[in-house]
Design a protein around this ligand. Sequence first.
Ligand SMILES: [Zn+2]
Length: 203
Amino acid sequence: MSDEIADLVPAEPLPVRLMNTVWADRHGVHDDLTSVDRLRQWLERTGLDRTGLERTGLDGASQLGPQDLAAFRRLRAAARRIAAHVTADDRPAATAGGADLAAAMADLNADTTACAPTLVLDGGDLALRWRPGARPADRARSELALETAQLLTGEPGGLLRACHAPGCVLYFVKDHPRREWCSAGCGNRARVARHYEKHRPRD
Ligand SMILES: [Zn+2]
């Protein structure tokens, strides 16, 4: 069996791609981030392994450990919980087990500030530098957390939507006025469901 991650809607902004590592099909809800190796795959796929002000990369992501997996999963849970709040998400499968909103916000805030860059003087020039000693994985998570906070609070955060196609648990950014679904596949399934509902025998 392949252990490839799904990364279903790669055109979405990174915070939405993180949220969408929880996804569903007709067999149920799945999770892309269940091992350190899968987290490494996800960071490589999204380019986050190469992110950061100093572009140092993750050294082949070899430094990733179980604590990073736990930390990225915690960030994802926080992002999904806050996204559920801002999109008034009422999908049971998408919001199951969601923590308290205040706790989710505290988790996200802890990540945005964990290794926040600071202004320093470098030979008379101002430079923005990561906190000394910050691990690359922590920097990547910190950047992602900040981007997530921005998405959830402003444009295009105001356009974040929950996909209400049958069984879907994904989010998407409504980048077109007529866009209603996370993907064409969900649009098709929703149309089929509507058709079925319309032509269902009534008693
Ligand atoms: Zn969908």
